[in-house]
Design a protein around this ligand. Structure first.
Ligand code: PLP
Length: 351
């Protein structure tokens, strides 16, 4: 049986959160001389001389409304990368505990594991980029505290089978983190709908992809109220800055425009999925549920450099185990995609 208190690090369980000046006073004052801010104002603009709301109440209320989730089950991070790091710090004792991930996948799970001195168990995805469930279950030890599943997966674009994730959630007594950074581009329902069923489920999402706010740094974690309260306790108090909170609140008023943008990106993705296989350089085009496409080409390094010479940057993934010969292409604008296709068609392998 999953018991959160069994996996939280003892120091985290014991510690108290930083109590900010604004936490200690809840009334309706007009003179604030409690936080050593600049009382004269800010050269950056109105409101920026004040620390932001450490609990992001307004923003969480709005997100809760849009997603149909209780605000107490939402954590906001400085990008989902911050949530990834805090999950390590919450449950993994440095030098003792382990995490398991499923390469080829998003690189920050490994970076955060290394930073936090957490041993990493890597179980390679199958050739169809799915989870070899039996192998994962056999690799779990009492020290394994976190399993990262990225779906749709970066860099493969594959959606991970629901049953595999369910099996992990039922069999594993640590946290299963389902990273849905690209879920807006997929038809599959979000795992947030299953939170009540699985107390060990953490779902990550981000405003960096479909919402087009990568520069603002705003990521989300959804989980039980208990898990979220621990993440809130250990986060830096003012991790979401005022500009981000304000701009995100504005953007969240435009969910219809978001839908239109996502539809346009999906249409462009379909055009690319259709056009890429016809190019001589391209050996394989993997299906994609994300806003990027993984392709296997005859000469990944040569093509990558050729595209650079045409001032087009793609992601060369050819040295990543499981992705030999592969390049990952973000879906661009209509014009960008046309230029990309043109450039790939012009490239000739140098013999
Ligand atoms: C799978 C996945 N998760 C998380 C992130 C990081 O998102 P954020 O910008 O919210 O830190 C990325 C960014 O590329 C990603 O590909």
């Amino acid at each position: 049986m999953f018991n959160l208190n069994n996996i939280i690090r003892p120091n985290v369980l014991k510690m108290k959160a930083y109590s900010s000046a604004r936490d200690e006073y809840k009334g309706d004052a007009s003179i604030f001389l409690d936080a050593n801010e600049n009382s004269l104002g800010s050269l950056a603009g109105e409101n920026y001389h004040r620390y932001p709301d450490p609990h992001q109440k307004q923003l969480k209320r709005k997100i809760a409304e849009i997603k149909g989730i209780n605000p107490a089950q939402i954590f906001l991070g400085n990008g989902s990368d911050e949530a990834i790091d805090l999950l390590f710090r919450m449950v993994c004792r440095p030098g003792q505990d382990k995490m398991l991930h499923l390469p080829p996948t998003y690189g920050m799970y490994e970076v955060s594991a290394n930073l936090n001195e957490v041993t990493m168990e890597a179980v390679q995805l199958t050739p169809k980029f799915q989870i070899p469930v039996a192998e994962v279950l056999a690799s779990i030890t009492p020290e394994t505290k976190l399993i990262f599943v990225c779906s749709p997966n970066n860099p493969t674009g594959s959606l991970i089978e629901i049953e595999s994730i369910e099996t992990l959630l039922r069999s594993f007594e640590g946290l299963v983190v389902v990273d849905e950074a690209y879920a807006d581009f997929s038809e599959s329902p979000s795992w947030t709908a299953r939170l009540a069923e699985f107390p060990n489920l953490v779902v990550l999402q981000t405003f960096s992809k479909a919402w087009g706010m990568a520069g603002l740094r705003l990521g989300l974690a959804f989980a039980s109220e208990e898990i979220i309260s621990v993440l809130d306790k250990i986060k830096p108090p003012y991790n979401i800055n005022e500009a981000t909170q304000q701009l995100a609140l504005q953007a969240l008023e435009h969910t219809e425009a978001l839908r239109d943008m996502v539809e346009e990106i999906k249409q462009e993705r379909e055009l690319l999925l259709h056009a890429l296989p016809a190019l001589a350089q391209v050996e394989k085009v993997y299906p994609s549920d994300a806003n990027f496409i993984l392709i296997k080409v005859k000469d990944a390094d040569g093509l990558y450099n050729y595209l650079l010479s045409k001032r087009i940057v793609v992601r060369n993934r050819s040295t990543v185990p499981g992705c030999a010969g592969c390049i990952r292409i973000t879906v661009g604008t209509l014009e960008e995609n046309q230029q990309l296709l043109q450039a790939i068609s012009e490239y000739k392998t140098q013999d």
